[in-house]
Design a protein around this ligand. Structure first.
Ligand code: SF4
Length: 122
């Protein structure tokens, strides 16, 4: 995809503030989604509830998905939570945090449907 504001916007992406993170094809996007949500939970200033509480709940929900606990239900909860953060957060920190999670679920669903690590080793 060319790096262009209009093309990014048309694909639900954004150029952001100048940083790019590149992964090879071995990356686990579910764990990267968790990382993005955890980053928000740490960096949140705490002024508004969707970001302050949402990011903490988001990490918990992604952990359940990764662990294989009621995956389908928790993917719906994660989507709901992301929508609440997008619509209800006061600034771009909480409002844009759901972008990597929702993008990862949309484009790399297989990474959210792996056997839990403990079971994979059996
Ligand atoms: S969205 Fe912005 S204002 Fe709200 S808690 Fe997060 S960092 Fe603070």
């Amino acid at each position: 995809m060319p790096m262009d504001y209009e093309i990014f916007a048309a694909n639900g992406a954004m150029v952001g503030h100048g940083g790019l993170v590149v992964f090879d094809d071995t990356v686990d996007m579910a764990r990267q989604a968790r990382f993005a949500m955890e980053f928000c939970s740490i960096e949140s200033c705490g002024k508004c509830t969707p970001c302050r509480i949402g990011a903490v709940r988001g990490v918990e929900v992604i952990d359940k998905i990764i662990a294989g606990i009621e995956r389908d239900k928790n993917l719906i909860v994660l989507d709901d939570l992301c929508q609440t953060m997008t619509d209800g957060s006061l600034c771009a920190m909480g409002g844009l945090t759901p972008m990597p999670e929702q993008s990862a679920v949309k484009h790399f669903p297989e990474d959210f449907d792996r056997p839990p690590v403990a079971k994979a080793a059996e």
